[in-house]
Design a protein around this ligand. Structure first.
Ligand code: NDP
Length: 413
């Protein structure tokens, strides 16, 4: 039986049988109590409850030779189906390859009201400042991370001291902010000027990763179009996105569909990721797509390049039982590995969207799945949901009114 045809219980049982979940983790999922009141109260303020979203997983990901099931939290129908569908086509062509870069987070100490003598003093005490920052979080050095760069950047009326920090497996925002504030304290004792602020940058410039997939034409064909025709049309549409900002934004939204869903599932900071991603897209001065597609050696080659700003420990990742469960399902052992999987998911969702757009159109698949949520909105429950959805798909009329009419007929009213 196909995974999407199973019941929730059957899927959970399958994950236990195949070693992706322990029975204890399965119990956590089935208990539907995945966050305690105490934890909710400690994570954010003015708590009155917790907010649930669907939790599922995408299948068939092979990234750098390793198989993955990828947990995703998403309320939009078709995102998980699209990720799995493209991942399978890519798996059949050899899988994803990724090329991670460094894992450096940049932080800024911004100073004002400095004299030229102050600036000279700071430049002379460069290594003292570096050492102070290095000693601000000694456990980071023990883990193989720490300060990797120190730069002085002059702005009109400001001096920025920019620290590059390898935060190893943590996303690092709190760590970096603490290091910066300790270092700023030292700096303020050296100069007559003032510290305006000390804060990490979410630019993600030190965490840009590339993911690639070469897909056999055979994997792209539809009932009415050859694989090579689909591939050439995908290339044309991806090239159009380089010229049209309006298209590039939507191209990138499709990529973020998958990426944000994995961020939510793993307790990562999706606001940080969105900020990093979109500033990167604008790096050249014109908003650009995160991926490009071309034909190479008789295959369709997709390349995604963007910052992936995340952690596999720390913050909510370590605190939320569901985030821990997601990392366990993926068998993630470090943050670089998670970055690679996330980049692959982004590229997979991108391929599915492009393939649908240049062939049947996006609505054919999307509304087929959306019809289930329309059925629920119309009041359907249990077996009625499937039946209303099926009849909506037959009529191709995806309105709430149609869903209600079908439901009334089904109930004999
Ligand atoms: P933490 O403050 O939780 O710090 C990371 C923790 O992970 C440390 O306690 C560290 O231990 C521990 N750790 C264990 N193993 C490792 C390892 N292998 N590598 C690195 N650290 C390890 O989280 P972050 O500093 O990552 O900050 C992330 C949080 O900050 C997120 O919740 C984010 O939303 C939030 N935030 C984001 C901001 C932004 O993006 N602008 C601003 C402020 C906060 P030890 O101390 O022993 O080193």
């Amino acid at each position: 039986m196909k995974i999407y045809e199973m019941t929730n219980e059957e899927r959970i049982r399958l994950l236990v049988q195949t070693g992706y979940l322990t029975t204890k983790q399965a119990e956590l999922l089935q208990s539907r109590r995945t966050i305690s009141l105490d934890l909710a109260n400690s994570l954010s303020e003015n708590q009155i409850g917790s907010f649930s979203l669907p939790y599922g997983f995408a299948t068939d990901f092979v990234v750098d030779g390793q198989d993955y099931l990828v947990p995703m939290v998403i309320e939009e129908p078709s995102v998980i189906a699209a990720a799995s569908n493209a991942a399978k086509r890519i798996k059949n062509s050899g899988g994803f390859r990724t090329f991670p870069s460094s894992r450096v987070v940049y932080g800024q100490i911004v100073l004002e009201n400095l004299t030229e003598t102050d600036i000279e003093t700071l430049e002379k005490k460069n290594s003292e400042i570096f050492e102070c920052a290095q000693q601000a979080h000694p456990s980071l050095i023990k883990r193989g991370g720490g300060i990797v760069s120190l730069r002085f950047n002059r702005y009109d009326g400001f001096l920025e001291i920019e620290l590059g920090i390898d935060t190893v497996d943590a996303m690092g925002a709190n760590m970096v902010n603490s290091i910066l504030e300790k270092t700023a304290h030292k700096i303020s004792s050296l100069v007559s000027g003032d510290i305006l602020c000390s804060i990490l940058s979410n630019s993600g410039q030190g965490q840009v990763i590339t993911a690639e997939a070469a897909i056999d034409f055979e994997q792209l064909k539809t009932k009415s179009m050859s694989g090579s025709e689909v591939a050439f049309r995908i290339v044309k549409l991806a090239n159009f996105a380089k010229q049209s900002v309006k298209r590039a934004v939507t191209h990138n939204k499709g990529i973020m569909n998958g990426i944000d869903a994995v961020y939510l599932a793993t307790g990562n900071d999706f606001r940080a990721q969105e900020a990093a991603a979109h500033s990167f897209a604008f790096e050249s001065g014109q908003y650009q797509p995160f991926s490009e597609w071309r034909i190479k050696d008789g295959q369709l080659l997709g390349t995604l390049k963007m910052p992936i700003e995340l952690g596999s420990v720390g913050g909510a990742i370590s605190a939320l039982p569901m985030a821990q469960l997601s990392l366990a399902i993926m068998k993630i052992t470090n943050s670089k590995q998670l970055q690679s999987v996330v980049a692959a998911v982004g590229l997979a969702n991108n391929l599915s969207a492009l393939r649908a757009l240049v062939t049947t159109g996006i609505q054919a698949g999307h509304m087929g799945l959306q019809s289930k949520s329309l059925a629920v909105s119309a009041g359907a429950s249990g077996f009625e949901i499937e039946e209303v959805s099926k009849r909506m798909n037959q009529t191709k009329n995806y309105t709430i009114e149609n869903a209600k009419n079908i439901l009334m007929k089904l109930r004999g009213k």
